[in-house]
Design a binder for this molecule. Structure first.
Ligand SMILES: [Zn+2]
Length: 253
């Protein structure tokens, strides 16, 4: 009987020793492989973060067809002044971004240059208010603008501008990155419309909604001098001027 117990004890001892050895090898191998992989992951993560920061601060390029398109615009509109349009564009972008930051459309509303774009900005601000979104644009600086396209049909001409600019950006939006210590470099596409033939032009093309300041009724004919409902005088819109009709950040990281 003692003999049997001794053999059994020896047998169990050997099995235990083997289990311990296998366990030690297993944990050692797992620790070393896992450790290396974690290190690699950390490196990749740091690298990706650096790339994202570089991209955030890289001055964005713009596709410039200015030298090709400007002569065509000048042929149709001899009084066209590129530098003036670029400076109006910058002034408008500044005003719109400030309006979005303050969630206040009153300055945009009061500017006849922004009459086509005002409804869109108003809608954006209403959306931000209802979704409790804040956006801040500080130290706005413009790098460069270029004309990227020009079209003329149906009584209206459209110039599209591409603008590269930078600002310190802060927001609680989930779809946009922001770094408090880095200046964001981005790009906007804006469009300017000049209505040269009112008889061919249909307001629906611009989707502008101009309302009577007295009764709030929509002004269906932009050429009207009086509101057709309350007869209050309506300030005529100068259609024969380049006015911003769309505004969009076309770069997102
Ligand atoms: Zn009215």
């Amino acid at each position: 009987m003692n003999f049997f117990i001794a053999i059994l004890g020896g047998f169990i001892g050997v099995i235990l020793a083997i289990v311990v050895i296998i366990a030690v090898i297993y944990f050692k191998v797992r620790a070393s492989v896992g450790g290396a992989q974690i290190g690699e992951l950390k490196d990749a993560f740091t690298h990706a973060k650096e790339i994202a920061r570089d991209e955030y601060t890289r001055v964005k390029s713009i596709s410039g067809l200015t030298s090709l398109l400007e002569p065509r615009i000048l042929r149709d509109f001899p009084e066209f002044n590129r530098d003036l349009l670029f400076s109006i564009n910058e002034k408008n972008i500044r005003k719109i971004l400030n309006g979005i930051e303050a969630k206040d459309v009153s300055e945009i509303d009061a500017d006849p240059d922004l009459i086509y774009i005002e409804p869109k900005i108003r809608e954006t601000i209403e959306d931000m208010k209802s979704n409790k979104i804040d956006e801040k644009f500080d130290n706005i600086e413009f790098n460069r603008s270029a004309i990227s396209s020009y079209t003329k049909d149906d009584g209206k001409a459209t110039i599209r501008l591409s603008t590269s600019l930078g600002y310190y950006y802060d927001s609680n939006r989930k779809d946009k990155k922001s770094y408090s210590d880095l200046k964001k470099q981005t790009r906007y596409t804006t469009e300017f419309v000049y209505v040269y033939d009112e008889s061919k032009f249909d307001e629906k093309q611009l989707a502008i909604s101009v309302h009577c300041k007295n009764c709030g009724a929509p002004i269906t004919n932009l050429g009207d001098s009086h509101c057709e409902y309350c007869m209050a005088p309506v300030e005529r819109i100068n259609l024969r001027a380049w006015k911003m009709s769309s505004f969009k950040e076309d770069y997102n990281i």
